[in-house]
Design a protein around this ligand. Structure first.
Ligand SMILES: Nc1ncnc2c1ncn2[C@@H]1O[C@H](COP(=O)(O)OP(=O)(O)OP(=O)(O)O)[C@@H](O)[C@H]1O
Length: 270
């Protein structure tokens, strides 16, 4: 079985863990691309200030579920959804729920770092500017705080006005995390954020995720089961569009309840 070495989680008393409110609650959530059903009757609570990992074989619906949480999945015109996803108690699938507001609260980091072709500074200042912040001193502060929050300030503070494309892949990914922090989200969705990175950059992003959960709730899709075991508090195992098992990460990796979870984490398929 895969070892779980999440020190924060081990230090956390059980009763405190139970008290964490949910940021998201999916209830009977279904999603179709055209006629093909990609998610089936998903019930899934995601707790505040946790790292929640989603694992499962290719095509099981991990990214689709993640992109449902900020309704980015609706960019695919054939998508139909049914059921509920509540964010802080409100159904985000309701026509009354403002998608722009949702996306300022629920930021996203993608598999491939995708900085804008602008300076490091402008990458981070872009979101706050869009939200109407013009004052240079305020923007300078946001840029510095966000880059510090993403553990990249020391590496870039002397080259803030250089193009972001001059950074390494791992630095670009942390810059994208800083860009996400600059709009002060509540939740950060991460879709395989380290799959394009080398091992050292991967470690830096993993350490960063552990720090970020003090202030944010994080949902991370990963193919890397060691990564899920290392950094997450809860793990959800998806298979063929269903949520097969969801539990504390140490339970999933040491004592899974469902045979299909056990087969997957022991490498029998996927
Ligand atoms: N834009 C799309 N149009 C039609 N079908 C799609 C689209 N995106 C995903 N699907 C289908 O939905 C199912 C779930 O895909 P999804 O990308 O969510 O899986 P995944 O678990 O994230 O896979 P991977 O690990 O390979 O990224 C798959 O059958 C996939 O082919």
């Amino acid at each position: 079985m895969i070892s779980t070495t999440n020190k924060n989680k081990q230090a956390e008393p059980n009763n405190k863990k139970l008290q964490k409110p949910n940021v998201f609650e999916a209830k009977g959530f279904n999603l179709w691309y055209g006629e093909d059903q990609a998610l089936k009757n998903i019930d899934f609570d995601i707790a505040e200030n946790n790292v929640t990992a989603i694992i499962g074989p290719s095509g099981c619906g991990k990214s689709t579920f993640l992109k449902s949480l900020n309704r980015m999945v609706e960019l695919v015109p054939t998508v139909k959804m049914a059921g509920e996803i509540q964010y802080r108690g409100k159904n985000i699938l309701s026509s009354k729920f403002g998608v722009e507001e949702l996306r300022t609260k629920v930021g996203m980091v993608f598999q491939k770092p995708n900085p804008f072709p602008k300076s490091i500074y402008e990458n981070v200042a872009y979101g706050p500017r869009i939200h109407g912040i013009r004052d240079k001193v305020t923007l300078d502060q946001i840029v510095e705080t966000s880059l510090k929050g993403a553990a990249i300030w020391d590496e870039v503070k002397d080259r803030l006005h250089e193009n972001a494309y001059g950074l390494s892949g791992g630095q670009q990914q942390r810059l994208c995390i800083a860009r996400c922090l600059a709009i002060e989200p509540d939740v950060i969705l991460m879709d395989e954020p380290t799959s394009a990175l080398d091992p050292i950059s991967t470690l830096k992003v993993e350490e960063l995720v552990q720090q970020l959960k003090q202030n944010f709730s994080i949902v991370i899709v990963t193919h890397n089961m060691q990564q899920a075991a290392r950094i997450s508090d809860k793990t959800a195992f998806f298979l063929s569009g269903e949520l097969v098992e969801y539990n504390d990460t140490d339970v999933i990796f040491s004592n899974p309840r469902d045979n299909r979870t056990e087969d997957y984490i022991t490498g029998r398929f996927g």
